[in-house]
Design a protein around this ligand. Structure first.
Ligand SMILES: [Zn+2]
Length: 81
């Protein structure tokens, strides 16, 4: 009796929209970043860690662009408004 063919789990990627927050997974990140770039969003360099970030990853800061991670480290607030 043959075993039923097991398709396994298929991860659905590619369902990101411009402005969506950054996903956790590395592969997801690439798909997400592609969507952001194709939508016309451009990465800006964080003034603290010098990493390239999309606008939705940055917080408004008097000193210029600061990513949410650096902002959280500075203020202790993981969810800056
Ligand atoms: Zn940063």
């Amino acid at each position: 009796m043959p075993k039923p063919f097991h398709l396994g789990h298929i991860d659905m990627v590619g369902d990101y929209k411009p402005g969506d927050p950054r996903p956790e997974g590395y592969m997801d990140w690439h798909e997400w970043a592609r969507v952001q770039t194709e939508a016309g969003l451009r990465q800006v360099r964080c003034g603290v860690c010098s990493k390239w970030k999309f606008p939705q990853e940055l917080s408004a800061h008097p000193e210029g662009a600061v990513c949410l991670e650096c902002h959280g480290e500075r203020t202790g607030d993981p969810c800056p408004s």
